[in-house]
Write a protein that binds this ligand. Structure first.
Ligand code: 13P
Length: 255
């Protein structure tokens, strides 16, 4: 059975003090949630403090990025060892904002995935098309390139230790959500790509989250889709009640 993974990507929001408060609210509100993996991704700066807050709870810690090298002269970057030391479970890799603003490529995504997995953390691999790509009929080719790039050199066992987040770029932070059907079609296509690489059984076991203006009002419809196994939430994750309003509909879902 695939895990349902609901992760809050706080992006560049919240001071350390605000992050600690929000994390405490999430921990309190998530304490009775079962069958769903709940994770929060504060800024690097807040990770260590938030780690103390989530310790012993059922809320997992996620980082928003990582560098693939172990250490050294990489000003501004954080290594996987550093994340591991403070208890990070998931690392978001290849977010569209990283790709469009900070030069992330499928090659760097692949290096980061391998590094994170080498330390037994789980990569959340973000993929998704822009509006121009979708309108230009390139949805499938973009997703194929991104999946092949991210999974290059990964064995089936490695693939089983990944989560994918399908985030159509045009739906991120815009208030425009993919319809349930649009999202399901893209997710099914991605699962088909995984099946081609690793076989049906492996593909059926990998969780594929949806991301892009997901909120309590639209979560139930998205999470009811056969191939949607959770969400990567931006704006709605910045308040505990809207974040957990997404989780509740998914609570009993296992696929
Ligand atoms: O990018 C996202 C999560 O990684 C989605 O952001 P929004 O939920 O704000 O659209």
């Amino acid at each position: 059975m695939r895990k349902i993974v609901i992760a809050g990507n706080w992006k560049m929001n919240k001071t350390v003090a605000e992050s600690v408060k929000l994390a405490a609210d999430v921990v309190a509100a998530a304490k009775d949630i079962k069958n769903v993996v709940v994770a929060i991704a504060p800024t690097y700066l807040a990770l260590a403090k938030v780690a103390e807050v989530v310790k012993g709870s059922n809320v997992k810690l996620a980082a928003q990025d990582v560098h693939w090298e172990n250490q050294g002269a990489f000003t501004g970057k954080v290594s996987a060892d550093m994340l591991k030391e403070i208890g990070v479970d998931f690392v978001i890799i290849g977010h569209s904002e990283q790709r469009s603003y900070f030069g992330e490529t499928d090659e760097t995504v692949n290096k980061k995935v391998k590094k994170v997995q080498s330390l037994d953390m789980t990569p959340i691999i973000c993929i998704g098309e822009t509006l121009a790509e979708r309108q230009g009929g390139q949805l499938e080719s973009v997703l194929t390139t991104q999946v092949n790039g991210a999974y290059a050199g990964l064995s089936a066992d490695d693939a089983l230790r990944t989560v994918i987040a399908y985030e159509p770029v045009w739906a991120i932070g815009t208030g425009v959500t993919a319809s349930d059907d649009e999202a399901q079609q893209a997710h099914a296509f991605v699962r088909g790509l995984l099946a081609q690489r690793y076989g049906e059984n492996v593909a059926e076991s990998i969780s594929i989250q949806y991301g892009g203006s997901m909120k309590p009002e639209n979560a139930a419809g998205l999470l009811a889709q056969k191939d949607i196994d959770g969400g990567l939430i931006g704006g709605a994750a910045l308040k505990a009640d809207s974040f957990l309003g997404i989780i509740t509909p998914g609570e009993s879902i296992g696929k």
